[in-house]
Design a protein around this ligand. Sequence first.
Ligand code: GDP
Length: 174
Amino acid sequence: IMREEELEIAIKVVIVGNGGVGKSSMIQRYCKGIYTRDYKKTIGVDFLERMIDIDGEDVRVMLWDTAGQEEFDAITKAYYRGAQACVLTFSTTDRCSFEAVKDWKKKVENECGEIPTVLVQNKIDLMDQAMVTFEESEALAKSLGVRLFRTSVKEDLNVAGVFRYLATNCHEMI
Ligand code: GDP
């Protein structure tokens, strides 16, 4: 958490999870208010930001996207550096992405230590194709000791709440 000239607080949030769970879409949705089915990613690490008000103070939320390079260690090192909060993401329709969450958490912990973290179950608009039950998601969140958010980036459900929660958590730590 950085205080720049005592005026501004900025937090770097990393969004991790298997490819296809909706990480880039989440960043686009939250920072630009848009959703596209086939958003073209740029290669390398990209970030977008949004200013929010936490208890009357401006907080700059900076979101980092691995841009589909999840598997390349060289990129992830830079990606994780200095991260102060983490979003662990999986998709309702992708069982593998759910089972990979524990490994993603370990990876972030190795690079960043213990930082405020949430679990996000995205694509809840596709519950009719669900490969993960609500009970399983809740059990996972409980075992990881983090709060669970159920989101639909497509329908704009609960996305802002994720980052407000993390920013509030980080703000309280200052
Ligand atoms: P990433 O690889 O984790 O960054 O995933 P993307 O953001 O590229 O999303 C993968 C696909 O899932 C894209 O076609 C998105 O439009 C779609 N997607 C993302 N979020 C949602 C959602 O909440 N609901 C549905 N139905 N599709 C979504």
